[in-house]
Design a protein. Structure first.
Length: 366
């Protein structure tokens, strides 16, 4: 499932450093604006202790984790919606992703210039939000004018489009992102083809200094970001991109020692990746055996046949049933043989909605 999260923010807030740590892709990172012009794409495994537990149980020949794509998009600046700083190109890159990770600078460092001269998380967030809103206004206004012309022939959908775009335009002019608007299904039918930037779900990465990561929750700048994010129900993940870059270059033992020194239970990237996964409303089911333990990504609410189709189209076409068990119960019982002997494997049909953490064996016939 090629779902992508775009990493956005002002120049020099730590986007590319964070991306490098996430993906190990070696995206260029330097202390000047517009270092990143073409977006870099990294496929990142989703940390999952459930997968680790199943691997420990089966000791398989192959392990395949769930993954998510992160896209490193160049820094936006004030005026991007009017083309400033290659803004048209960068905003087009945002349009192609499914969700946004907005990196906000919450650290001071005289060696890393700030594009506006001072560190002010709220002002930085406002710049990005404003540019995305302004670009959406352009899209909505163009659709409104087109709907007015096309509705003259009596097309009921276009008449509805006139009403929807007028209402959305008014809210955008108030600075309200589309994702925060209470829109019905008919409105979304009108808006969805526009791929509006502020309709995309968002999470915030509050990038703090290395020495502040252990007390990030007490950082007043992080508190500012959290307060602003709470107004739209968005999640905030405090992180130190500099630390994550260092961790990425260490082996497992060194990484564990460094985390212990910092007083951290896990890398901040793990929390960020999981938050992005949840933001896209994704869940994981597993297939497990001695040959392979694998995590499969599906949308929440997916039924068993469609989940089977993620493995192979024949599985969906010839679906008979899904033999299912919760991952933790399977681990506690010591494997499928014991689970089957104790009657703990459930047989689910076509209407079964797959749950996060299910371990499934699909029965099919084609």
């Amino acid at each position: 499932m090629a779902l992508a999260v775009g990493i956005v923010g002002l120049p020099n807030v730590g986007k590319s450093t964070l991306f490098n740590a996430l993906s190990g892709a070696g995206a260029q990172s330097a202390n000047y604006p517009f270092c990143t012009i073409d977006p870099n794409v990294g496929v990142v495994p989703v940390p999952d202790p459930r997968l680790d537990a199943l691997v420990a149980l089966y000791d398989p020949a192959s392990v395949v984790p769930a993954t998510i794509e992160f896209v490193d998009i160049a820094g936006l600046v004030r005026g991007a919606s009017k083309g400033e700083g290659l803004g048209n190109q960068f905003l087009a890159h945002i349009r192609e992703v499914d969700a946004i990770c907005h990196v906000v600078r919450c650290f001071r460092d005289d060696n890393v210039i700030h594009v506006h001269g001072e560190v002010d998380p709220l002002a930085d967030m406002e710049v990005i939000d404003t540019e995305l809103v302004l670009r959406d206004l352009q899209s909505v206004e163009a659709r409104h004018e087109r709907a007015k012309k096309q509705s003259k022939g009596g097309d009921p959908f276009e008449r509805r489009a006139v009403e929807v775009t007028a209402a959305v335009r008014a809210r955008l002019e108030e600075g309200v992102p589309v994702r925060a608007m209470d829109l019905d299904d008919d409105a979304w039918e009108v808006l969805r083809p526009l791929q509006l930037l502020t309709a995309k779900p968002v999470l915030y990465a509050a990038n703090v200094a290395e020495e502040a990561i252990a007390i990030a929750e007490e950082d007043p700048r992080v508190a500012q970001v959290r307060d602003r994010a709470s107004r739209e129900g968005a999640q905030v993940v405090p992180i130190s991109a500099a630390i994550e870059a260092e961790l990425a270059g260490l082996d497992a033992e060194e990484r564990a020692e460094y985390l212990a020194e910092l007083g951290l239970a896990e890398p901040g990237l793990h929390r960020l990746v999981r938050a992005a996964y949840e933001l896209l409303d994704l869940i994981t089911f597993f297939t497990a055996g001695e040959k392979e333990v694998r995590a499969w990504t599906i949308r929440r609410g997916t039924k068993a046949p469609a989940a089977a189709g993620k493995i192979h189209s024949d599985f969906e076409r010839g679906f008979i049933r899904a033999e299912t068990i919760e991952w933790n119960l399977l681990v506690d019982l010591g494997g499928e043989q014991a689970a089957r002997a104790q009657g703990k494997l459930r047989s689910e049909g076509k209407d079964y909605v797959v749950r996060d953490g299910d371990v499934i064996h699909f029965r099919f016939n084609v």
